[in-house]
Design a protein around this ligand. Structure first.
Ligand SMILES: Nc1ncnc2c1ncn2[C@@H]1O[C@H](COP(=O)(O)OP(=O)(O)OP(=O)(O)O)[C@@H](O)[C@H]1O
Length: 217
């Protein structure tokens, strides 16, 4: 079911001037959790099992494309001026700056996935979730993935071997604050502890399918 969304409100400093069609309850799944907790792993399994049911939106960024990256596929590559103007027009659901580059998710990018009849999945950090939750009428389904312990999170990040020591420390330092936010009642619809991957995946899949059972069946 679709409904018309015509709003022009200032909400938490973010302006939303969308007059578009969005899917009610809502074809939008937000997945959040500390770096290294297993979000990508769980989502990969979900996409592998249900290739036609879920899709990632294409984010915008002001960083330069890497050699293999295709505009509109890996990212929408844009300039700081253009992206800031679009943010000011209320076209972004969430945005952030990392390493001096802007990144963000536009409403349009989410709707592009929804118009294919798919549930749009956002894998975003706590700051992104805080912004998304302020968007009127969006009604995303939010899942927080937590680690069994900070110690286990460190083991996974070290095993993944993707980070410098400084980056690993920064991720672990942020993790406790993210877990506190994730566990605060009202912030997410469902919390999963990713201890056994199989058990976590089954709980994740069951919750997600139930939450969106009216979509795409
Ligand atoms: N239940 C689990 N038990 C053990 N290892 C796991 C489990 N789930 C995921 N892992 C491993 O932990 C590492 C981190 O997982 P992953 O890359 O999916 O995390 P992430 O939350 O997507 O991190 P980031 O936010 O940094 O992208 C990977 O090497 C993955 O194989």
């Amino acid at each position: 079911m679709f409904f018309s969304w015509s709003l022009a409100v200032m909400n938490g400093g973010v302006k939303f001037a969308a007059s578009k069609m969005v899917r009610q309850n809502c074809g939008l799944l937000v997945v959040c959790g500390p770096s290294g907790v297993g979000k990508s792993t769980l989502l990969r399994k979900l996409f592998d099992e249900y290739p036609d049911k879920f899709g990632f939106s294409v984010s915008h960024t002001t960083r330069s494309p890497r050699i293999h990256e295709v505009d509109g596929q890996h990212y929408h590559f844009t300039t700081k001026e253009q992206m800031q103007a679009a943010i000011d027009r209320g076209e972004f659901l969430e945005h952030a700056v990392f390493s001096n580059n802007m990144y963000g998710t536009s409403l349009n990018a989410v709707q592009t996935v929804q118009k294919l009849g798919k549930i749009c999945v956002l894998d975003i950090d706590m700051q992104g979730v805080i912004q998304i939750k302020k968007v009127p009428n969006l009604k995303p389904v939010g899942v927080f993935i937590k680690p069994p312990s900070i110690g286990e999170l460190e083991v996974r990040l070290r095993r993944r071997a993707s980070e410098s020591e400084a980056s690993l420390r920064a991720r672990l330092n942020a993790a406790q604050q993210e877990i506190n936010y994730g566990e605060t009642p009202g912030n997410f619809d469902y919390i999963i502890t990713n201890e056994s991957l199989d058990k976590a995946y089954n709980a994740f899949k069951e919750f997600v399918l139930k939450s969106f059972e009216s979509i795409g069946n």
